[in-house]
Design a protein around this ligand. Sequence first.
Ligand SMILES: [Zn+2]
Length: 159
Amino acid sequence: MRCPYCRADDDKVVDSRSADGGGAVRRRRECLACGRRFTTHERIDEVALLVRKRSGHTELFDPAKLSAGLEHAVAGGAVDRGTVGMLVSEIEEEARASGPEVSTEWIGRAVLERLRVLDAVSYLRFASVYKGFEGIADFEREFVELQKTTAPKPRPAGS
Ligand SMILES: [Zn+2]
């Protein structure tokens, strides 16, 4: 690591601690040429998570975009912002586990699976955007589907 004071490239680490919840390491270094101390932050290179769109193009996964889409769907519904944030990180984690690339359909399904359990209104609103519903008939069909698949299904313990 090059010293910011004298530009010498010779130092020793005098202290090392984890920062940013374990996502980064903060190191205190001492320059062996001039004796001054400086700090470096080392961050783990995150593996890019890509989303393949229907057009065939890929873009970087953007949690803010997913969060905005979700918040739009749940506005006035029974799902609060904290839950939205939780859903977004859950989905991102799952996407990374099955990545490095997922499709928009994959993300849509992951969202719908969760909303279906949480709130029927939010589920239908999100489904209408995601599936590109055009008329009330689409909603009705989806609603019948919803009732079929959520009929007395016990929720797993502890969730
Ligand atoms: Zn120096």
